[in-house]
Design a protein around this ligand. Structure first.
Ligand code: ATP
Ligand code: MG
Length: 585
């Protein structure tokens, strides 16, 4: 546990290092509040002692004033009045400065941390996202990352201030009567142990509460993402129950945290009461035996309260910080996840490949227990049109996922232009493919921007040409806002066929050497399919194309046909049209 804490603090330190000057500034500003508080009664003292009374004015005023002034001079009263305002102003300035610098530093740190988490999440492999879901990562970026601000600005700085105050007070008490001070401080080891024990317990409970809260949030996200299905099957009430059930669990976790926290405060207060009682007991004995005067006893007693306040604050700070530490731990955990698909050190840059692809005895499993692809080997020369067919669930999409390195094969290798895929720079490799996914995904922006997703600098002319090739131009211009039509979240305001044609146009615009089409015409009617296939003929020229289709007629123009069955490549045919005719007969 201690090692784990040490690691967490080290990570926090590393994360906040660029801001240590800011943090030191905030710290100094907050330390200013102590002398300012001591200055507060000064004007009153001057008024009473020097203006009403006739004591000589203090030395520092003497140096401030141009000439020697008699104590009862109205100027001294004026100075006292000005001091009241000046001290109030300084106080406000101190508060304003530390709030401003605190907010600025905190927000900058959070933004930087969030950006780092987001960058990392985007780099994590699909298998991570497949298994963890999106809400967990969202929660960690949105709700856990800000903990870093709390820990540094609202946690550590007040903690250190409290430690300083405690040390100062301990010193003063020590000077008055060291034996009493030792008795008073005797409770601090107990408090230290208590704080340690409760911190660990609270951290554990907070982590559990956070996990539960994040899983409750995932119900919302899942339901809203599939709201059509929920409505269609009339499952609203069921989902409502599921939501309440998840949140109830997190509420119980939070109640347990509150209980532990109040119990801790209770134990701390009792421990301190015992300390005070012991001082009282010993103090009276000391007074009776003449070691201590009665006045000193009263003084020590009042200092004791002052001594225990920072001690109590330290305990509260440490336990209160556990929530943020639990969050920080969750956020750092996300950063420590390593992507499965990693870029090697000595990668090769490439601008445009010719498109020769070899699968060499490739096997793959999403999870180790269930092999999906088994010993697949085939070779494709540049410019070949490869058709892939097979029963649903056979592994066709998976095969192409390996080619784009969404996943890495568990065995065997894939060679592109004579080089293993793993030896290419990942960004360069992905740049070689224009992909139409089985389920077209659009972003909630305009149609034009969706088509230009792969090439944001594309001209309007290029966008329209790509839309024409995908047989989408006609329907786009018939929409009231044409290319500027907003497609809604995930493109939900368009029909399935329209979405598919826009994602085709997007692939056409990319102009990559390898074209990957996963059932590109599954959602359009036969006539539209024929028109798209005709436009695609031109596009497929001089490009290696992989096209998955269930309708064999779609694959008629292919040079090579791969048939996948149950994860195995069962046939590779070069005489495609003859083979298709045979199987249709
Ligand atoms: P279809 O014609 O229906 O699109 P397909 O041939 O493209 O089918 P794949 O999507 O490659 O099939 O899936 C092959 C197998 O892999 C299926 O049995 C499926 O259950 C499994 N599978 C697919 N994606 C994942 C994933 N992300 N995690 C775990 N298993 C998966
Ligand atoms: Mg598929």
């Amino acid at each position: 546990m201690v090692v784990r804490d040490f690691r967490l603090y080290r990570k926090l330190l590393r994360q906040t290092r660029p801001y240590w000057l800011h943090i030191a500034g905030i710290f100094l500003l907050s330390m200013l509040s102590m002398p300012l508080a001591l200055l507060m009664p000064l004007p009153l003292k001057i008024a009473v002692d020097n203006v009403i009374g006739s004591q000589p004015i203090p030395g520092f005023l003497d140096t401030l004033l141009p000439t020697a002034i008699a104590p009862s001079d109205p100027a001294v009263l004026a100075i006292a009045a000005v001091l009241v305002v000046a001290i109030a102003l300084l106080n406000q300035l101190q508060g304003f400065g530390s709030l401003l610098l605190g907010t600025f530093t905190g927000e900058k740190m959070v933004l930087e941390f969030r950006a780092q988490l987001f960058r990392h999440v985007q780099r994590l492999s699909l298998s991570y996202h497949d298994s963890k879901g999106t809400t967990d990562s969202t929660y960690r970026i949105q709700y856990d990352a800000p903990a870093i601000q709390w820990i540094v600005i609202n946690g550590f700085i007040p903690l250190i201030t409290s430690v300083f105050t405690f040390v100062g007070m301990a010193y003063v008490t020590m000077r008055l009567d060291w034996q009493l001070a030792v008795v008073a401080l005797g409770v601090s080891p107990i408090l230290f142990v208590l704080t340690q024990v409760y911190s660990q317990r609270l951290r554990h409970q907070w982590t559990e509460a956070k996990n539960l809260e994040s899983s409750a949030l995932s119900v919302v996200q899942e339901v809203l993402g599939a709201i059509r299905v929920v409505k269609a099957f009339g499952r609203e009430a069921h989902e409502q129950d599921r939501f309440i059930d998840h949140y109830s669990k997190s509420i119980w976790a939070l109640i347990r945290v509150s209980l532990a926290q109040s119990f801790f405060s209770c134990v701390v207060a009792l421990t301190m009461a015992i300390g005070t009682a012991a001082v009282l007991f010993m103090g009276v004995k000391h007074v009776q035996s003449g070691i201590l005067s009665l006045g000193d006893l009263l003084l020590v007693n009042s200092y004791l309260t002052q001594l225990y306040i920072p001690l109590m604050n330290i305990g509260d700070q440490v336990t209160g910080m556990q929530r943020s530490l639990a969050s920080a731990e969750r956020a750092f955990y996300l950063l420590s996840e390593t992507p499965d698909v990693i870029e090697c050190k000595h990668t090769k840059s490439v601008s445009r490949v010719s498109g020769a692809v070899t699968f060499d005895n490739v096997s793959f499993a999403y999870d180790k227990a269930h092999p999906i692809l088994r010993h697949i080997s085939f070779e494709v020369t540049p410019g070949t049109r490869v058709g892939i067919t097979g029963r649903t669930g056979a592994g066709k999409t998976t095969l192409l996922n390996l080619l784009t390195r969404f996943y890495d094969p568990s065995d065997g290798q894939i060679i592109l232009d004579g080089i293993n895929l793993r030896d290419y720079k990942l960004a360069d490799l992905r740049n070689q493919f224009a992909i139409v996914l089985q389920e077209p995904v659009l972003f909630s922006t305009s149609i034009a921007e969706n088509i230009a997703y792969a090439r944001p600098d594309a001209s309007e002319h290029d966008i329209i040409a790509a839309a024409k090739a995908a047989n989408a131009h006609e329907f786009i211009v018939s929409l009231p806002q044409g290319y500027e039509t907003q497609v809604g979240e995930r493109g939900m305001r368009l029909s399935g066929g329209q979405r598919q044609r826009i994602s085709l146009a997007r692939a056409f615009l990319k102009d990559a050497p390898i074209l990957i089409l996963d059932e590109p015409t599954s959602s359009v009617d036969n006539k539209t399919e024929a028109a798209i296939m005709e436009a695609m003929e031109r596009l497929m020229n001089n490009r290696t194309t992989f096209m998955i289709a269930h309708r064999l007629s779609t694959l008629e123009s292919c040079d090579k046909l791969l048939v996948i069955e149950n994860g195995r490549l069962v046939s590779v045919t070069s005489e495609v049209s003859a083979a298709i005719k045979d199987s249709l007969l």
